[in-house]
Design a protein around this ligand. Structure first.
Ligand SMILES: [Zn+2]
Ligand SMILES: [Zn+2]
Length: 249
């Protein structure tokens, strides 16, 4: 499978990146993680003859603002959209007039909106486990079993037990790094590179890519690289994410 980071900024778009989106292209299907403005970049990459799953971590705008471009993407098959438990109403209220077109008009007929409590008998072609993670609004992390590999998505969150559980033994963890080194105190809504690296060690993961760099804090690409570098003494397989980066698993 190919994992492509399409938007690696938290909060807002800058010249360094677009807001949050990651695409996983597997043999039989595609999975889109979050729908910041990076989602427009799925268009030339997705195989539209295969089903697509759109998994949303939470409703903050840097993860959902790209939903108003769903019709630009022109999906050819019904899309299954997943939101955290209790967030279907928020989704319906956001993706509708007068803000944008009704979501059902922007995706093919038969597309479905599910929440994370409705996944048990969903019949998805991959394993999916979700748990709430630490953020000021309802937010879920995802652990996906795809083609014999495990990919975990943790955005947005501070360090928490559920994040470690979801990441346990994963082949790849896509982890948020919203905060600058040395700025995270106590029970925080975001992580910094060293905290991410410690989580990776504790969970015994193979590799971790950092994403969701806070746009107001990480103002240059140099700042991303410099921040992540010292954390590699804790966990060497720590990758600094940038838009359009591909990771082959
Ligand atoms: Zn965010
Ligand atoms: Zn958030």
């Amino acid at each position: 499978m190919i994992v492509t980071l399409l938007g690696t900024n938290g909060w807002f778009d800058t010249e360094n990146g677009q807001t949050m989106c990651t695409l996983i292209c597997a043999q039989e299907y595609s999975i889109i993680l979050d729908a910041g403005y990076g989602i427009r970049r799925v268009k030339p990459l997705i195989d539209f003859s295969k089903p697509t799953f759109l998994l949303l971590s939470h409703m903050h705008l840097d993860h959902t603002i790209g939903l108003h471009t769903l019709d630009y993407i022109q999906f050819q098959q019904p899309v299954k959209i997943v939101v955290p438990a209790g967030q279907k109403q928020a989704f319906e209220e956001l993706v509708r007039p007068p803000y944008t077109n009704p979501w059902k008009k922007m995706v093919p007929e038969g597309s479905e909106l599910l929440d994370t409590d409705e996944l048990t008998d969903s019949g998805f072609p991959f394993e999916i486990t979700t748990l709430p993670i630490q953020h000021p609004v309802p937010t879920h992390g995802y652990r996906l079993g795809i083609e014999g590999k495990t990919v975990t998505y943790l955005s947005d969150t501070g360090y928490c037990e559920n994040a470690v559980t979801l990441a346990s033994g994963a082949d790849l963890v896509i982890a948020e790094c919203g905060a600058l080194p040395g700025t995270v105190k106590g029970k925080a809504p975001h992580m910094e590179p060293e905290i991410c690296a410690r989580l990776a060690v504790e969970a015994g993961v193979r590799q971790m890519v950092l994403t969701h760099f806070g746009a107001g804090s990480y103002t240059t690409m140099e700042a991303r690289k410099n921040a992540a570098s010292p954390a590699r003494s804790i966990f060497p397989n720590l990758i600094t994410g940038v838009d359009n980066m591909e990771i082959v698993l």
